[in-house]
Design a protein around this ligand. Structure first.
Ligand SMILES: [Zn+2]
Length: 184
């Protein structure tokens, strides 16, 4: 439980329920940043969650997990479970993109899995679409054309989030979901 408090919160009670903006509220003391980008990553490993990624990033000398959100794949946490980390709770800059100013401007979302080898779990993909649409709905400084894969960031030389993560398709899916969310 202590670890949970330190690296973040998750949607444990609602794996099959729609994500709600009220669940994602950062700490009251942390003012929502004027985020410009959503940057999608894969973990490039088949097993993991926010806690294990946090340990890994700490071992590299970073100040903890570099992402704001982690979306699980079933190993070990249920597919589609969303975890949000201390970076989101405290509205801290990310540590997920080496190029440019992206860490200060971009919300980092990591899908657990090696998406160069296989597509994301369908439920995991659905949740990534849902989470991204919810962020776009509630953060007016974001825009659909600034939802990017890590490899699409100018100056980045990586094929993250993997060959099986089609960012064009993803943006279309987010646009459709956003239209749904905006229905009265
Ligand atoms: Zn990446």
């Amino acid at each position: 439980m202590l670890a949970l408090l330190w690296w973040g919160r998750h949607s444990a009670l609602g794996d099959w329920m729609p994500l709600r903006w009220s669940d994602l509220q950062p700490q009251a003391s942390a003012e929502l940043r004027a985020w410009q980008y959503v940057v999608i990553h894969h973990s490039a490993g088949e097993v993991g969650n926010a806690e294990s990624i946090d340990r890994d990033h700490l071992s590299r000398g970073w100040d903890g997990i570099g992402y704001h959100f982690v979306i699980n794949n079933g190993a070990p946490l249920p597919p589609g479970r969303v975890e949000w980390t201390f970076r989101w709770n405290l509205q801290r800059h990310g540590a997920h993109v080496a190029a440019g100013e992206m860490n200060r401007q971009g919300i980092g979302i990591c899908l657990v899995g090696h998406l160069d080898r296989h597509p994301p779990h369908p439920r995991q993909y659905e949740r990534a679409v849902e989470l991204t649409a919810l962020l776009l709905k509630h953060i007016p400084s974001l825009a659909i054309e600034r939802v990017v894969g890590h490899g699409e960031v100018p100056g980045a030389s990586t094929n993250c989030p993997g060959a099986h993560m089609d960012m064009h398709e993803f943006r279309l899916a987010v646009s459709r979901k956003l239209a749904d969310l905006r229905q009265p």
